[in-house]
Design a binder for this molecule. Structure first.
Ligand code: C2E
Ligand code: CA
Ligand code: CA
Ligand code: CA
Length: 278
């Protein structure tokens, strides 16, 4: 019976493809990473197109793996979502990002921090308590915390999701729609959810100076944002020409490699202390 058990085990092990095995190791790796403090956050500056000042930063998760080095989120967030580990990992990101923004405030810098939420977090009843705790523990003003949601996360607008968004909004937390223009085309949620910002997807922004269509879409999103009293943010700004085009279109805020790559908090601090990075 023992041998049969081993054979069965071997059969399943061999039947699993390499990808599944890699997933398994990453899943236990992720749990260990959280326990051992292997996660860190890189921050990418967001710059006002009107004043040139750094107004905030997006928190982007990194895994400093003991053997593989710095692992980008695309390589492990899907696994963290499948295994549910995104919930404790996401809670850590929220707490750490709020602590960082509070440190900036203590240094005399008024910078907001934008945190990416996963669909799973938005669908849970512990989201509001988690955000409340991150704000209370850090002492951060809720107005300086921004949560980035994607359009696809709002398709499942269950009562719990709506209630979470309503309560976060009532606390003063800012809401931003990430990758805007790539998802769901029913825009009715924008008014209903009291969204504050639209982040124009980088696929439009990257083509802005080369494609008439991308330029028209970007212009239309900026106009729509303004007519709804929302802030328009462009992500993926990689060159001076794109930055200038966005200024002409009266976009409010820009983010991208040209203005600053994601990096340690100190890089954002240095940029924020410069009077005018343009
Ligand atoms: P995102 O929210 O759309 O984040 C922007 C991504 O674009 C980041 O990739 C950033 O490094 C990259 N980027 C910024 N500027 C430029 C540019 O000028 N050109 C180009 N080509 N890329 C630029 P990153 O850090 O690899 O993150 C990828 C995705 O992982 C994020 O996309 C977000 O969806 C997810 N993510 C990151 N951190 C978290 C987190 O804490 N929680 C959750 N749930 N998701 C996260
Ligand atoms: Ca984002
Ligand atoms: Ca984005
Ligand atoms: Ca994205």
């Amino acid at each position: 019976a023992k041998a049969a058990g081993r054979d069965t085990h071997r059969f399943y092990a061999e039947a699993m493809n390499a990808e599944a095995v890699a997933h398994l190791s990453t899943r236990s790796g992720l749990r260990r990473a959280l326990e051992r403090g292997e996660f860190l956050i890189h921050y990418q500056p967001q710059v006002s197109l009107e004043t040139g000042a750094v107004t905030g930063a997006e928190a982007l998760l990194r895994w400093n793996h003991p053997e593989k080095g710095m692992v980008p989120p695309g390589a492990f967030i899907p696994i963290a979502e499948d295994s549910g580990l995104i919930v404790p990992i996401g809670a850590w990101v929220l707490a750490e990002a709020c602590r960082q923004a509070a440190r900036w405030r203590d240094q005399g810098l008024s910078l907001s921090v934008a945190v990416n939420l996963s669909a799973l977090q938005l669908q849970r009843s512990d989201l509001v308590p988690t955000v409340t705790r991150a704000l209370a523990d850090s002492g951060l003003d809720p107005l300086l915390l921004e949560l980035e949601l994607t359009e696809s996360m709002l398709i499942q607008n269950t009562d719990l999701v709506m209630e979470n968004l309503r309560r976060l909004k009532a606390m003063g937390v800012q809401m931003s729609i990430d990758d805007f223009g790539t998802g769901y085309s029913n825009l009715s949620y924008i008014g209903r959810l009291a969204v504050d910002k639209l982040k124009i997807d980088r696929s439009f922004v990257a083509d802005l100076t080369r494609s008439h269509d991308s330029a028209k879409i970007t212009a239309a999103v900026i106009q729509m944002a303004h007519s709804l009293n929302l802030t328009a943010v462009a992500e993926g700004v990689e060159d001076a020409g794109t930055l200038e085009a966005l200024r002409v279109l009266r976009c409010d805020v820009a983010q991208g490699y040209y203005l600053g790559r994601p990096g340690p908090a100190e890089a954002v601090e240095r940029a924020a202390r410069q009077v005018n990075p343009f």
